[in-house]
Ligand binder design. Structure first.
Ligand SMILES: CC(C)(COP(=O)(O)OP(=O)(O)OC[C@H]1O[C@@H](n2cnc3c(N)ncnc32)[C@H](O)[C@@H]1OP(=O)(O)O)[C@@H](O)C(=O)NCCC(=O)NCCS
Length: 159
């Protein structure tokens, strides 16, 4: 079964990322990013970094998307999110983000941060719809093309 077939008849469920998800997660990452994280970067997030709680969205045993989040000093830091191109615009990114925020709220966090490329319209829409606001611009931040980073904050996690 291909990932697009998996999407047709079932909604995603969200769970913790496991070691056995990493190959699929990395395949999605390579389809999402111009400067993708390595497989070992994801392995560190799953196995070694105590503050990291990465999640995957799974549809009929296939990984359709992921989010990598750190929970540090009552703040949530969204470090990466990706949805398989064939599974986009079906609410998976929104579910992953809202689950990460809900998890942070349960852990006692009271704010969330992230940074996003200025040209990344889809991600900017996703984050603004979730209540994130631009706080400042990091000029020339991305080393591959010197693109600006927009730093965003969700000042309250209250429902
Ligand atoms: C950003 C990304 C995670 C969104 O995932 P998704 O599953 O397609 O998003 P959803 O279907 O949950 O969309 C949620 C909202 O995001 C916004 N959005 C998502 N894709 C969009 C697009 N192509 N254009 C405009 N808005 C978009 C919309 O507001 C949308 O709500 P709506 O469908 O009710 O209008 C996905 O496009 C992706 O993986 N991009 C490549 C990786 C990336 O850029 N990650 C972010 C790094 S900071």
């Amino acid at each position: 079964m291909t990932i697009s077939q998996a999407m047709t008849d079932s909604r995603a469920s969200i769970r913790a990322m496991k070691q056995q998800d990493i190959a699929e997660v990395h395949d999605i990452e390579k389809l999402c990013q111009t400067a993708p994280w390595s497989q070992s970067h994801f392995e560190n997030e799953v196995n070694e970094i105590g503050v990291s709680e990465p999640l995957v969205a799974v549809i009929r045993a296939r990984v359709a998307g992921f989010i990598v989040v750190w929970y540090v000093a009552r703040e949530i830091q969204i470090n990466n999110i990706g949805v398989h191109p064939k599974c986009r615009r079906q609410g998976i990114g929104r579910i992953l983000l809202s689950e990460a925020l809900r998890f942070g709220r349960e852990k006692g966090c009271d704010a969330a941060h992230l940074e996003v490329r200025q040209s990344n319209t889809s991600a900017l829409h996703l984050y603004k719809a979730a209540g994130f606001q631009q706080v400042y611009l990091r000029e020339g931040y991305y080393s591959d093309n010197l693109e600006n980073a927009i730093v965003m904050k969700k000042p309250s996690l209250a429902l």
